[in-house]
Design a protein around this ligand. Structure first.
Ligand code: ADP
Ligand code: MG
Length: 698
């Protein structure tokens, strides 16, 4: 068997050192193996010829056969272009080039038969094709063309004539050399059980599909393998960690929990809350350390679940700690939890940066003696001076504000790592969570408490401000409060701040009888908190803010959320912002204000927001619209983008399927020694070497 990984790309015929350098730099392709794993992004059926009469400007790539009637140039400067009038007898299309005009004129002759390939579009009633591929008709054997692969290339590559065609040719040379099969990367048992193509056949057909069916099978095999190893890697780490760290065993549900349940619980738990509590209880009883991500839309009742889990820790003689990203949030959690525990003999304390001196000392002491049973706070709780007598359970609210390293610091506060529950209101599609958060188990609260009025979302153009302010005035007269949010994007921070300041002055003028507060990210924390507090206390009726309010503030009396320049926000951000209202008993409104001219995908985003309040539906839509690369929270983890062929947005089911297979492997072979799995562990080791992200999973 021959090893492609050691064959340098520069020795492939037609490559050489110069092109090799470009391939190294642009695509990270060094060996024949790297090249072979550079997959096409699409295939075009080149067995069919269209006639010009059929074209309507909406079709994807098509082929035409005919002749060039003549050339002309038009336009000046950057608009300068070459037009070839091309006819097949049924009509005429314009082939257009903006670059390489001289070269094109020299290369293609009038009245010769060519096959033209490209994407037609309609302009001023004529069909044109920009930068088409052209081949002399006699050189192309249509019957053998079938599905042609297309490869992504960069501008730099194109400048050195390394276009898709060139890659295709190189690929063909490599595939022709595969006389013997490549070393298999999945064990026979898995190949057989799941009807997967052998590796070599899959690789051959992914580049040059013999037919559509084999292409499908090749894609399946390669996606399967890719996702399988991602999961095997994660689950393997999880297993290793379980062996390294034992978890506290909380075997009983005792007096504190039961008293709370019987006497203090203000409402019936939703089914989703019950299910999640059960999942958490199960984890805490197994002796392995819990690492669970709790996802639930804004307002779904995560705090209550967190509190009840903490009570189980208390019942087993341990302390619990809850960490929130801002002082306001920590303060709100503290108040909520204190009132929920009213009349019970549980000592809860709040620790933030602004709690100093004697009070701070008393809290720190109470933690050491174990008298303080629940500590709620900001980053202040992970400082070195904070030590517990027996920290058994940690809740982290709004996870993406805390880095992995910060989380890890909590672990060191206890002999064994405490159980960790991470809560986030930014719903992440389950599939993505499984890849991103590695070995975190995921629980989902997918149900809102009963009796909530769904927020009415309205999209409004910014020329209708008057009627908008009218409705705002009515709400304020009824005693409600209003958020007005402006975008803040780093690159244009100055302009954004100006917008915010102008908006603020404008609002103050429009609403002279109201108190208006203002919050943005450039303020000093203390000033910001003070302004927030004005709104939380109800003293201010209107808050003008940038997205700093995104996280968690709870003002049930606020019923209107106006988002200015809504076109500049992503879906999940819009959803987060909207979640600031709709927390009280009154009907709430979210108004998305935009300019009149909107791009297609902006329009789609706004439509989705108007149509649904379901965070998971929105997250899925976001993933589909933007791809995993842009989703909030994904930046820290490159895992999702290492994928060469699988698509987290589309291959969710397959991901779930292979995860179970990988889990079974890890369970059956926890030490990685069974001979039938030898291929797996060897391959995993190799992958960990070449995928930097794989070793650093959260
Ligand atoms: P989030 O998931 O956004 O953190 P919270 O925990 O703040 O949501 O809960 C939102 C509101 O819903 C709170 O006022 C809380 O008291 C209330 N709530 C939570 N669970 C229930 C329930 N099972 N039935 C009714 N109301 C509930
Ligand atoms: Mg919350």
């Amino acid at each position: 068997m021959f090893d492609l990984t050691t064959r340098d790309i520069k020795y492939l015929s037609g490559v050489g050192p110069q092109r090799a350098a470009i391939l190294n730099k642009e695509l990270n392709i060094y060996s024949l193996h790297d090249l072979l794993y550079y997959f096409p992004y699409k295939y075009v059926d080149r067995s069919r010829i269209y006639s010009i009469r059929e074209l309507d400007g909406t079709m994807p790539y098509i082929q035409l056969k005919g002749e060039i009637l003549g050339f002309e140039t038009a336009g000046e400067g950057r608009q300068r272009r070459l037009i070839a009038h091309f006819s097949d007898g049924t009509g005429i299309v314009d082939l257009i080039w903006f670059q390489g005009i001289k070269y094109i004129i020299g290369k293609y002759k009038v009245h010769q038969e060519y096959i033209v390939f490209g994407r037609p579009s309609a302009f001023n009633g004529r069909i044109n094709i920009a930068h088409p591929d052209i081949d002399p008709a006699n050189e192309l054997k249509l019957s053998s063309m079938g599905l042609q692969p297309y490869y992504n290339t960069t501008e730099k590559m194109k400048r050195s004539s390394l276009n898709s065609h060139a890659i295709e040719k190189m690929m063909n040379t490599v595939v022709q050399q595969l006389h013997e099969p490549l070393p298999e990367t999945l064990p026979p048992a898995i190949l057989n059980a799941h009807h997967l193509l052998p590796l070599t056949e899959a690789l051959t057909n992914i580049h040059f599909p013999a037919n559509a069916d084999l292409l499908r099978k090749a894609q399946y095999r390669l996606k399967f393998e890719e996702l399988f190893y991602v999961q095997l890697n994660i689950l393997r780490y999880a297993k290793d960690r379980q062996r390294k760290y034992r978890g506290y065993v909380f075997e009983r549900v005792g007096e504190i929990f039961n008293t709370f349940y019987a006497q203090n619980l203000p409402f019936e738990l939703t089914n989703a809350q019950k299910r999640v509590l059960k999942e958490i209880r199960r984890d805490m009883g197994t002796g392995r350390q819990m690492n669970r991500l709790l996802q639930g839309d804004v307002g779904s009742g995560k705090t209550l679940v967190a509190l009840m889990s903490m009570l189980i820790a208390l019942d087993n003689g341990y302390q619990a700690c809850m960490m929130a990203p801002t002082e306001i949030l920590a303060g709100q959690h503290y108040e909520t939890i204190r009132s929920l525990l009213y009349g019970m003999n549980v000592r809860v304390e709040l620790l933030t940066g602004s709690i100093k001196g004697k009070r701070r000392e008393a809290i720190l002491n109470g933690l050491l003696t174990g008298e303080v049973q629940i500590l709620i706070g900001t980053h202040a709780v992970i400082e070195d001076t904070v030590n517990f007598s027996a920290l058994g359970f940690v809740v982290i609210d709004e996870q993406h504000r805390f880095g992995v390293a910060q989380r890890a610091r909590l672990w060191t506060k206890s002999v064994q790592p405490p159980h960790v529950l991470v809560m986030t209101a930014t719903p992440i599609p389950r599939t993505l969570a499984m890849t991103l958060y590695g070995d975190l188990d995921v629980s989902v609260i997918d149900e809102l408490p009963p009796g909530r009025k769904p927020i009415a979302t309205i999209h409004q153009f910014d020329n209708r401000r008057e009627s908008l302010y009218c409705s705002v005035r009515r709400q304020i007269e009824e005693g409600r409060q209003v958020y007005i949010v402006y975008p803040l994007i780093k690159e244009s921070e100055k302009i954004d701040l100006k917008n915010l300041e102008e908006g603020y002055l404008h609002i103050c003028e429009e609403f002279p009888d109201c108190k208006v507060c203002k919050v943005h990210g450039k303020m000093k924390p203390a000033e910001k908190e003070a302004q927030m507090q004005l709104f939380v206390s109800g003293e201010a009726q209107i808050m003008v803010a940038t997205t700093v309010i995104e996280v968690g503030v709870n003002v049930p009396n606020a019923s209107v959320m106006i988002i200015e320049n809504a076109e500049r926000f992503g879906l999940s951000q819009l959803h987060q912002l909207r979640g600031r209202v709709g927390r009280g008993a009154d009907q709430s409104y979210c108004i998305l204000v935009t300019g009149y001219k909107l791009a297609e995908d902006t329009r789609k985003r706004l439509e989705i927001m108007v149509r649904t309040n379901d965070g998971f539906e929105i997250a899925e839509a976001d993933l589909k619209l933007r791809g995993p690369g842009d989703l909030e929270g994904t930046q820290q983890s490159g895992v999702a983008f290492d994928l060469k062929i699988a698509d987290i947005a589309k291959d969710g089911q397959l991901l779930q399927y292979v995860r179970e297979i990988a889990q079974a492997v890890v369970d059956a072979d926890p030490n990685g020694v069974l001979p039938e799995n030898e291929i797996l562990w060897r391959q995993l080791k190799a992958l960990r070497k070449t995928h930097v992200n794989w070793a650093a999973i959260s």
